[in-house]
Design a protein around this ligand. Structure first.
Ligand SMILES: O=C(CO)COP(=O)(O)O
Length: 255
């Protein structure tokens, strides 16, 4: 059975003092829920703080994006190696908030997946359809296009170095999570696609759901067989709510 993974995507939120309170609360609050994995993706300036507070604990940390280049004249960008130097386990790539503003394309995200793994980071690769695409009924076409762009870059076996996340754009920050059945259908479809290429990778890879995951819907979402955890935005800004989501993940594994 795959262990559930719950990742906080704190987006562009926090401060040294509020992060400290959150991380302390998370360390204490998840102590009794050892049956799932937890990670916190912070804005780059706070990675040093995450490392200082979480090193040696079961909770890992990660970045929210990175350049696809190793170094050079890219003002304002942060390289994979820099993120790795702060002890990160993960880096989010392909988030819709970056795709939508035209920063990231299917191809450049595939490249990021590859360079992240080269420095030992595990990419959390996000896919998902817009509301228009959902209403058109082409969620499968869109997510497979996004997934195939990464597979084209790294090969199906390369997926083993990362985590996948299905995040329908219409569910992000709206309070309208996908139904557990819809999320399960899409995750099962994506896993089935991978299975055609490599059954072992399909069986072992973790696929998360993201989009308005809250304390009150987490247990139902995590009870679905193909949902291996959550990528949590807004609810990760409230320590108690995020800990409740972690508890749901830990309980789902035990059940
Ligand atoms: O974008 C998300 C995580 O990456 C989800 O955000 P919300 O949980 O705020 O909907």
């Amino acid at each position: 059975m795959r262990r559930k993974l719950v990742v906080a995507n704190r987006k562009m939120n926090g401060s040294l003092s509020s992060n400290k309170a959150f991380l302390e609360g998370l360390l204490a609050g998840t102590h009794d829920y050892p049956n799932a994995d937890y990670s916190v993706c912070m804005p780059h300036p706070y990675l040093f703080q995450a490392e200082a507070m979480l090193k040696g604990s079961p909770i890992t940390w990660g970045g929210q994006n990175m350049s696809r280049y190793e170094s050079g004249a890219y003002t304002g960008s942060v390289s994979p190696g820099m993120i790795k130097e702060f002890g990160c386990e993960y880096v989010i790539i392909g988030h819709s908030e970056r795709r939508q503003r035209g920063h990231d394309t299917d191809h450049s995200i595939g490249e990021r997946f590859e360079v992240a793994t080269k420095v030992g980071l595990k990419p959390i690769f996000c896919m998902g359809e817009t509301l228009e695409e959902y209403e058109e009924g082409i969620t499968d076409v869109v997510t497979i296009r996004q997934l195939n762009a990464v597979i084209a870059e790294i090969g199906v076996k390369g997926l083993a170095n990362g985590v996948l996340a299905y995040e329908p754009v219409w569910a992000i920050g709206t309070g309208k999570a996908a139904s557990p059945e819809h999320a399960q259908n899409i995750l099962s479809f994506l896993r089935g696609h991978i299975e055609l290429l490599d059954a072992d990778i399909a069986e072992s890879i973790r696929i998360l759901y993201g989009g308005s995951v809250k304390a009150d819907n987490a247990a139902k979402l995590f009870s679905m067989p193909d949902i291996d955890g959550g990528l949590v935005g807004g609810a990760s800004l409230n320590t108690d709510e995020f800990v409740a989501i972690c508890q749901a993940a830990s309980n789902a594994y035990k059940n």
